[in-house]
Design a protein around this ligand. Sequence first.
Ligand code: MN
Length: 313
Amino acid sequence: MVATLRIPGTHSCSRSNRGATAHRKVRNANARSPVWDAALVDCIFQMKALFRSLIIFSAVTLAACGQFGTQPDLQPQRGESQQPPIAHLPFGTPSALAGEDDHLVVHQSHTLSYNNSRGTANWVAWKTTADDLGERRERPLFQPDSSLPNGFRRIQYYDYSGSGYDRGHMLPAADRFANEQLMNETFLLTNIVPQTGDLNQFAWNALESHARALARRGNDVYQIAGVYGEKERLRGKVTVPTNCWKVIAVLGRGQMTITAKTQIIAVDMPNVEGIADEKWDKYKTTVRSIEEKTGLDLFSSLPRELQDKIENR
Ligand code: MN
């Protein structure tokens, strides 16, 4: 942009007269004419004006870029973390993302931390807006996640078969009905954990519907869902969690700033049978409580004082 800047009158000064200066310095080293002195003063004056214009232009350009030129999805809120934001995680990455048991996988529709020892994700993060919703689609087959590195355990459809547990979505398929390709990503088995039917089809499902209703009303609904604890293992491979948790931040459309007043929903649900009659809000908890049980730091890019406020209520 700077290259296209033209200040009338200065161009000839800075180019052609500068060339002349070099010649004159050699020829007239001992005797400078008054005409040349006047030209030099004039040239310096014009260069000063050019310099001043450049500074003003740069300041205006920077201000404009700050306002319009950024990608809202990837603009982190200033605070604790200095790390660049990862897709679907504008308010910070909850874990260190180091090693086989905390392995980052970024899909178009969501981002997750895969735990190779568990055979499931630690957590899955995504955003839901009204544009992501749509008519119910035909469900595709569950698929192993081929984006996992060689040597990782790739959980198969049949690893869950006959276990009595549902293949429970973290990012729900219905949060991606608007786009078939994105919905198909929700059927990758890295987005699935073993959940009891009474959890998956009742309280967990009810909160998913609640989050979609918030999106339908025009909000940007940021969600992270995950697991902790170990009940048992399916085929020695897939860890059945004792608990499934979810944290939801409800922001206005395009809004990228969490404040002390932002609506936050946090739940911690037991992965057991016999809870089909329970409402989702029975399992409300604090973000801080989930952090303590999982060892994660949610909203890690926000200032610590702000985290203390939103995570303890
Ligand atoms: Mn936190």
